[in-house]
Design a protein around this ligand. Structure first.
Ligand SMILES: [Mg+2]
Length: 315
């Protein structure tokens, strides 16, 4: 049984190379502020040294830790969530996020501030909610799992970022335009919804889509509100898929509308909620989970309800 967030130790897990090295500066600032506020004895900073390291650090946190703060982007959040989910439910400390990543969709969902001092103040208010976690083929995701066009854009953006050292919305849009106008393709998929809302078709059939997104929270790809009504605490995953026939221009227009969650009225956009589903693809599509690549054609997906306690900000 972990101690309460007010009494337990606070551990900061920081990714120093997040956002092209800005993570290191943000981490030392956050560490200084947290030490001042809670005292040396109650605070510790751990830094990740390789991809995936955050997972083992979170899994092996001591029993006296009441709160773990992930300082980085969605990739680090994903690692920490996988580490926490490897622990028994009563042994999972509260999760908080200080957004210092290229993608900060989970922090956005939690309403966290982007300034480090404000985020630290928000965390020390200890305002928490319970949150569901998604699971795909035995791995966990905090916010998003998606296949097809948007995953191709997300992965291509990451590739461009690593090659150029640039970041931001422009890079994402460049990548989006390239994918939409030069690589727009449909993926043949079959969705077998198991725990669905009443009124859903019981028999899955093969269908074509540009993208399929399976969401815990409402956003992906840097604050695109793909499933604007998704809730963290309803025990259900929000699914959105986009079907043909769309020209590159219309697809781009829809993508831009999705930024504000205004794509939902289109005849090409479909929604469903489910607690579990099976997704099959004829060919391996580009796929991402919290911004990290995923591989395969057969995906067992479910919602783990009420899995974590998370700190929320003031937005
Ligand atoms: Mg939900």
């Amino acid at each position: 049984m972990v101690p309460s967030i007010e009494e337990g130790r606070i551990v900061l897990i920081a990714n120093p190379v997040s956002k092209s090295g800005r993570g290191a500066v943000a981490a030392s600032e956050a560490a200084r502020l947290l030490r001042e506020r809670v005292g040396d004895g109650r605070f510790e900073m751990l830094t990740t040294a390789w991809a995936g390291h955050g997972e083992s650090l979170a899994r092996e946190l001591g029993p006296d830790v009441g709160c773990v703060i992930a300082l980085g982007g969605d990739g680090l959040v994903n690692e920490v969530v996988n580490g926490l989910m490897a622990r028994a439910p009563q042994d999972r400390p509260v999760l908080a996020v200080i957004p210092v990543g290229s993608g900060n969709d989970y922090a956005e969902t939690l309403g966290m501030a982007y300034s480090v001092p404000t985020a630290v103040t928000e965390i020390l208010r200890f305002q928490t909610v319970r949150a569901d976690v998604g699971r795909v083929n035995g791995r966990y995701f905090a916010e998003t799992l998606s296949f097809g066009l948007d995953a191709a854009i997300a992965l291509d953006t990451m590739d461009r970022r690593q090659k150029s050292g640039r970041a931001g919305t422009m890079l994402y849009l460049e990548s989006a335009v390239d994918q939409l106008f030069h690589h727009l393709q449909v993926f043949s998929f079959k969705m077998d919804v198991l725990g669905a809302e009443p009124g859903c078709a019981p028999h899955p059939e093969w269908d074509d889509a540009y993208l399929v997104a399976v969401q815990v929270g409402p956003t992906y790809g840097g604050h695109f509100r793909i499933t604007p009504k998704a809730r963290l605490d309803d025990g259900l995953l929000d699914i959105c898929w986009a079907t043909p026939e769309l020209s590159s221009m219309r697809a781009l227009a829809l993508l831009l509308r999705a930024r504000g969650g205004k794509h939902t009225g289109s005849d090409h956009i479909h929604f469903r909620r489910a607690s579990s589903l099976v997704l099959d693809f004829e060919e391996e599509p580009p796929a991402q989970m919290d911004g990290e690549p995923v591989h395969g054609t057969h995906f067992l997906i479910d919602c783990v309800p009420d899995a974590l306690t998370v700190v929320v900000g003031q937005r």
